[in-house]
Design a protein around this ligand. Sequence first.
Ligand code: NDP
Ligand code: 1BO
Length: 381
Amino acid sequence: SSDLSAKVTTKKPATACAVSAAGPYVTLASGHSMPLVGLGTWKAPAGVTARAVETAIKAGYRNIDTANDYNNEPEIGEAIKKCIAEGIVTREELFIQSKLWQANHRPEHVEVDIAETLKDLQLDYVDSYIIHWPMACPSSGKVAAVRKDGACAGPMKDGKHPMFPMDEDNYFLADKDMHFVETWKALESLVDRGLVKSIGISNFNKRQVEEVVKNARIPVSILQNECHPYLQQKDLVDLCRFRNIVFQAFSPLGSGSTNYAKNPSPTGTIPLDDKHIATLGRKYKKEPGQIMLKWALQRGTSVISKSVNPDRIISNFQLFDWELSAADMQSFDTINCGWRHLLWGETSHHPNYPFRDELPHGYVLEKNTVLAPGQGGSKMK
Ligand code: NDP
Ligand code: 1BO
């Protein structure tokens, strides 16, 4: 395609491996290369995450996206170790991305956060480490929040916050004195020390992307934001192309039926059940999920779809031997309706909240309602 956001190659892994081809790669601003298609692991529950990662690696995935607040890095680490031990893949062939959680934006907490992640993943380095959200918390900011103190929302207990710090009234806390530009500098020092290869950002709006770019010593390699046919993010994708940042689409399937939207989309359905996508599915003899992922890939973005279902993990990777026509690519314009499932308005009192202009008229700050138990629910573990 002529509209790729960055230089895409079909680079082969450094050493031969006994699995299918890993799909297209892109060269990041850091100089490292990244497979454009990856496996997401948010909401991948305990007990099945390791099998999902192993299935994915055997199917050819080389890019795995996780985060310490997903509460599954230890299982992912086990799966990686097993696949390497069995000779299915080498460490160098894998691209492992994790995220700095927002309770740990202060430079001294960044150290603790990455150390936890590396320990749990059983790795010496991650290929990419991105700032998960632009808003820092908690306001007390004295102690880093780590998974073992609870990958959940709650007030301080025994002098420590869980990963989603809240006050006693169930509202999220904000560290209004910490700016993401300072956090970015802390990430740069992790690159200097060899703990991470490339760095990036997530859930940042255009102005915030530009602010990091302007202040960066080490370039921004990746912007990971929500993106699917109902939220096409054209301005952000263009900005990333201009700034040599790879745009990585999270929730590329609209988060399926597990989306966090409080209101139905303007079409009244979720993207996976969209009529236009179903029509294209029949035309190309592909599943709706494959149509959505192929569209994202063909417009030059990276995609990280999540599944713990072996058949869907495999079918979500069968994207490389067929193409959507130019006219069908163009036809996605007709369903770009601006539906964002992960608005997370409960954090919108923070000065660096990224999506203020999408909050409904008269929005009143809500208490924590979004995060279900086990994924940041309101009870401390
Ligand atoms: P996705 O858009 O990947 O959709 C996942 C959902 O769709 C799951 O319920 C899954 O169920 C289902 N599904 C997967 N494949 C298919 C298919 N082919 N047909 C029908 N249903 C399917 O959602 P996510 O929100 O998980 O986003 C993907 C990844 O992006 C995350 O896992 C995470 O790694 C990252 N992310 C990052 C965020 C950030 O703040 N930076 C926020 C959100 C996501 P099943 O597992 O049963 O197949
Ligand atoms: C608050 C949800 C984060 C998912 O990546």
